[in-house]
Design a protein around this ligand. Structure first.
Ligand code: ZLS
Ligand code: CA
Ligand code: ZN
Length: 381
């Protein structure tokens, strides 16, 4: 397999004036979203000696003005001034931009968003200029953020901002989302255009955010260009591949994207704290490998993922997949600053567990696959 030019975005200097990185931000004690996982991933990527095989770039932080390419001025302005102390006052004296405990006004929230969005915009620019074939931003992938509202741990939609940057150059962009949750914010942003196809695989049924049925297909010019693959608990590597491969192959055939953005949310892995799927690291990374093989400019983004050591394992392995060196990786973990977290086995893999795959009951996965392929067939030129 031929080499690819890989750009890897990582901010080593978060929380201005404190010697720390993007992993230093915290949503607060007991919150499942832990930016620290970005640092653990980075330390593992470093320990595997991958840094000198790619362009390691510090993202230019996205400014408030850049964020308004998608978000409203009022919302960005609010986010830029809110602090843990003023959150209540700002919220109840006007519009409710942050709702509930999912999206706290944590210390440095705006800075955190500017790093996440800056990385995804930078990735898009690096791809569009031809300087990279694959660009990676594990601090991105925050797919629930809306034009005028934070949602589901997401404040600024780095993905939408990255895709808008790609659309300056490319006629068509494909967005694929393998996070266990529905990619609602990205779907909504491009719901009425035929220049962006969105395809989300997600748990559906009594699960956040509750959207993403196969009847939701886009509107107007965008009709048919939103693809949803609703799944049930316990999906295995084999089941997932049996729907991912035919659906994505068909999309590549009918849509012919000029660039692909893959949101690699790691809460679809077995054993995730919030997720309910049963994918191993290999099943998850298969999506990256499958897209790399097609040789279309590719952006890899993070997203969910709440069992930190498994997130780090998988995004590290996927970084190796981007480089095409996954077969040379030693599955016995090298020494790294978080080595003891990875016991008792100290191995790279994420193993599956023994939960039932509810997708293979009553042919439900077959129905979902057939529906999606039928939708795509209608787009055939
Ligand atoms: O896709 O289910 C919900 C909304 C609620 C239940 C939880 N309460 C706190 C608010 C109201 C209906 N929210 C989900 C959001 C999941 C976002 C996934 C993001 C992504 O992976 C992309 C990054 C949810 N699930 C679990 C929690 N929230 C949750 C669990 C535990 C806690 C602690 C902190 C906060 C309040 C107590 C919280 C949220
Ligand atoms: Ca998804
Ligand atoms: Zn998620």
């Amino acid at each position: 397999m031929s080499k690819r030019k890989v750009a890897y975005f990582y901010d080593p200097c978060g929380l201005t004036n404190i010697a720390a990185d993007v992993g230093s931000y915290t949503y607060g004690l007991g919150h499942p979203m832990k930016p620290h996982r970005i640092r653990v991933t980075h330390d593992l990527v470093t320990a595997y000696d991958m840094l000198d095989q790619m362009h390691v770039l510090r993202p230019t932080r996205a400014t408030a003005e850049t964020m308004t390419k998608f978000h409203t001025d009022e919302y960005v302005h609010f986010l830029n001034r809110v602090t843990p102390e003023t959150a209540e006052e700002l919220t109840y004296h006007g519009t409710r931009f942050l709702v509930g405990e999912d999206n706290p006004a944590f210390e440095g929230v705006f800075e955190f968003c500017s790093i996440s969005a800056g990385g995804s915009i930078g990735a898009a620019q690096r791809i569009a200029s031809g300087a990279a074939d694959i660009a990676i931003n594990w601090a991105g992938g925050l797919h629930h953020a809306k034009k005028r509202e934070a949602s589901g741990f997401c404040y600024i939609n780095d993905i939408v901002l990255g895709i808008l940057e790609l659309l300056r150059i490319y006629p068509r962009v494909l967005y694929i989302d393998i996070d266990c949750h529905h990619g609602d914010g990205v779907e909504e942003a491009f719901y009425t255009t035929d220049r962006v196809m969105t395809c989300s695989f997600h748990k559906f049924g009594e699960y956040f955010p509750g959207t993403g049925t196969q009847e939701d297909r886009g509107r107007g010019k965008g009709k048919g260009y939103a693809v949803n693959v609703p799944l049930k608990d316990g999906i295995t590597d084999e089941s997932f591949k049996s729907v991912f491969e035919p659906v994505i192959s068909k999309i590549l055939e009918v849509f012919k994207p000029s660039a692909v953005v893959l949101q690699c949310g790691a809460d679809s892995l077995a054993g995730d704290k919030l997720g309910c799927f049963n994918l191993t690291m290999y099943g998850h990374a298969h999506c990256t490998q499958f897209l790399r093989k097609h040789n279309i400019p590719l952006i890899l983004l993070g997203g969910g993922g709440y069992t930190v050591k498994n997130v780090a394992r998988t995004w590290t392995y996927e970084t190796a997949c981007a480089l095409g060196i996954e077969n040379d990786i030693d599955v016995n973990l090298p020494w790294n600053p978080y080595f003891e977290w990875f016991g008792p086995r100290y191995r790279l893999e994420v193993a599956e567990n023994n939960m039932d795959d509810l997708n293979i009951k009553e042919g439900s996965l077959d129905k979902v696959r057939i529906n999606a392929l039928e939708q795509l067939r209608e787009l055939t030129p």
